[in-house]
Structures are given as structure tokens and as C-alpha cells.
Design a protein around this ligand. Structure first.
Ligand SMILES: NC(=O)CCC(=O)C(=O)O
Length: 259
């Protein structure tokens, strides 16, 4: 799986600029041979939460149109990070995934809202998991703070996910947690973790990237990048089976003691 990790800056409440930036990034990424392009969290609005009624994407219409059109045009999969959406007068932090044919194959509302960034005051939490297929590989997608809930990631790998995508706006001041948690989730679940964080700043936080790809044995394949840009990496999905055979964690689970 050839990945293009888009570690972008996000204009605070500048939706037009952000949509244009995402279109440009897709056009740039497909100049290389890529299978999946991945974006960070809340890339349409940033955390301009008190302006969601004006800024959130109505039913994700605009986001879905762009992802679908460009995925089809370039025969590429796009894990669309997440965007602020409005659905039936409520706001959500929503991930959309478009496959090569331009079909929107996943729509996921962030399950765990992050109180330290006031999300719970403005948004509704999601009620469903997020498992989808990219080129025949079962994948899962969670959003930022969801990463702190090992049982939530495990629910996705128990449902078959071999790759977990984690778009984020994870502030610099807790980047040590980000790195450790991503590595732990990959090792304990014996899966690839593909995590994309933003760069730049908003009125409340500074973001320093450190987007990461971690292999099922825990090797960190990308990290320490703090500049805005696209980072390219190919991963060998067969590593998942090799690691799961070497230490059969899934067979050794004590389902008589826990689920
Ligand atoms: N946007 C988020 O969910 C941030 C999560 C975060 O920073 C954390 O420490 O957890």
C-alpha cells in the first residue's frame, strides 16, 4: 500500500482556502504513484467551533463531492481525514473515505469528543464504528482523541482491520503521548497505524506534525517531520500476518475473562 500523508496547515475558519488546499494537495499527491492519500482532522474549519453554524459542511455535501470527484478522476483512494459537518441541525466531526471509483465507502462521526478542546460543547458524538475495504484490505478509521481508547481500536481490529487510520489535530504540548499511543496501538493490535497530524497554529494551540506510520511489530516508519508537506511511504501489508503468526495475540485472548 503506497501512502501519501498530507501533513497540512489548516486555516482557522477559512473554509474556502482549506478546500482549495486539499484539492491542490490531491493533485500534487497523484503525481507520484500512490494508493491512498490521507488527510488530518477537521481540515475544513479547524477548531473554529463557535462558528460551526456558519462553517460546517451541510451533510458533508461539499467534502463528499470533492473527495469523490478527485478519487475517481485519479483512480486513487482518499481517507479524507475529518471535517466539521452539520446533519439535522447537529454538528459532527466526520471522516469520509472515497475509493478509486469515487464511491464514498465510509462515513464516521468521531466517537470520543475531546473536552480539553471544548468539542463536547458544540458537537455530537458518533454511534458507530468505521470499518471499510481499500483495494481488498480491511481498514479502520478513528479520529484523534479516539486513539486514547484501546478498546475502540481493538473493536476495529477484531472486525478485521489490518490498517488503522488516525487523522488528528494533536497539539505539540502532548506530542509525546501521541507518539507512544500510536506505537502501542500498532504493537498491541499487530496492525499498521497511519496517523496524520496537522502543522501550524490556531488561537489556542500549536501543532507540530509528527505524522506517524507504525508497522505491526512497532517499527516507526515515519516520524519527526514537522514541516508542512506530503510524505510518501510504501508499506507491506503481509507484515500483519507474519507478526500475528509470530505472537498469536488474537488466539491467546481470554474471551472468558473479557470481550
Ligand atoms: N483533537 C483531539 O481530539 C485532540 C486530542 C488530544 O490532544 C489528546 O491529548 O488526546
Amino acid at each position: 500500500m503506497k501512502l501519501a500523508i498530507v501533513q497540512m496547515d489548516i486555516g482557522f475558519g477559512e473554509t474556502e482556502k482549506n478546500y482549495q488546499a486539499v484539492e491542490n494537495y490531491i493533485e500534487q499527491a497523484v503525481k507520484s504513484d500512490v494508493d491512498v492519500i490521507v488527510f488530518p482532522e477537521m481540515w475544513n474549519t479547524g477548531y473554529a467551533l463557535n462558528r460551526l453554524s456558519e462553517l460546517a459542511d451541510d451533510n458533508g455535501f461539499k467534502t463528499k463531492e470533492i473527495l469523490s470527484r478527485l478519487a475517481k478522476k485519479h483512480n486513487v483512494n482518499i481517507v479524507g481525514g475529518s471535517v466539521a459537518t452539520k446533519k439535522e441541525d447537529r454538528f459532527y466531526n466526520t471522516m469520509y473515505v472515497a475509493n478509486r471509483t469515487g464511491n464514498i465507502i465510509a462515513e464516521y462521526d468521531k466517537a470520543h469528543l475531546f473536552k480539553l478542546m471544548d468539542e463536547h460543547l458544540y458537537m455530537e458524538q458518533g454511534k458507530r464504528d468505521n470499518v471499510f475495504e481499500l483495494d481488498g484490505t480491511t481498514c479502520g478509521g478513528v479520529i484523534c482523541y479516539d486513539l486514547r481508547f484501546p478498546e475502540w481500536i481493538r473493536a476495529h481490529t477484531l472486525a478485521g482491520a489490518k490498517v488503522i487510520f488516525v487523522p488528528a489535530e494533536w497539539p505539540k504540548k502532548r506530542i509525546d503521548h501521541w507518539q507512544l499511543l500510536l506505537q502501542a496501538r500498532a504493537i498491541e493490535n499487530q496492525c499498521f497505524v497511519v496517523a496524520v497530524n496537522r502543522v501550524g497554529a490556531d488561537p489556542n494551540n500549536e501543532f507540530n506534525g509528527h505524522s506517524m506510520v507504525v508497522a505491526p511489530w512497532g517499527e516507526v516508519l515515519i516520524n519527526n517531520q514537522t514541516d508542512e508537506g506530503i510524505y510518501y511511504l510504501e508499506v507491506d501489508l503481509q507484515e500483519v500476518e507474519h507478526v500475528r503468526k509470530r505472537i498469536p495475540v488474537y488466539q491467546d485472548r481470554r474471551t472468558d475473562l473479557y470481550n
